[in-house]
Design a protein around this ligand. Structure first.
Ligand code: SF4
Length: 116
């Protein structure tokens, strides 16, 4: 039985850059509506994924997805849905056991900002 795949997706934007942070992350340039190239970035991620699937002739099933950053929860729920739908179209998704993400308590996908 082939070893299943795990997929890591990086979303490198944060509201601001923390001084101690060594991650590949960048402060938004503007607010959430102007500073986050949501659709362009997700389209590019899906294009890259399609190329990799073709290049590696990948036909193993996807076991888990981790979305890290940065602050992935800055992206809207509809953008994340678009991303996950695109992953499903490009990879064999039989029984994905986990989809996890970094979250900050000030925001969450498609929701209202909290008090964090
Ligand atoms: S990834 Fe986390 S620690 Fe780094 S800048 Fe963003 S919020 Fe701060």
């Amino acid at each position: 039985m082939p070893i299943p795949l795990s997929l890591y997706i990086h979303m490198p934007w944060c509201v601001q850059k923390c001084p101690y942070c060594d991650f590949n992350s960048h402060a938004l340039r503007g607010d959430l509506t102007t500073g986050l190239p949501e659709q362009d970035y997700i389209s590019q991620l899906l294009t890259d994924l399609a190329r990799d699937v073709e290049r590696f002739e990948e036909n193993r099933s996807l076991h888990s997805i981790f979305i890290g950053g940065g602050t992935p929860s800055l992206f809207s729920g509809s953008a994340i849905q678009h991303l996950l739908d695109g992953v499903r179209e490009r990879l064999l998704v039989r029984r994905t056991r986990a989809i996890t993400s970094d979250l900050k308590n000030r925001n969450y996908f498609g929701g209202k900002p909290g008090n964090g």
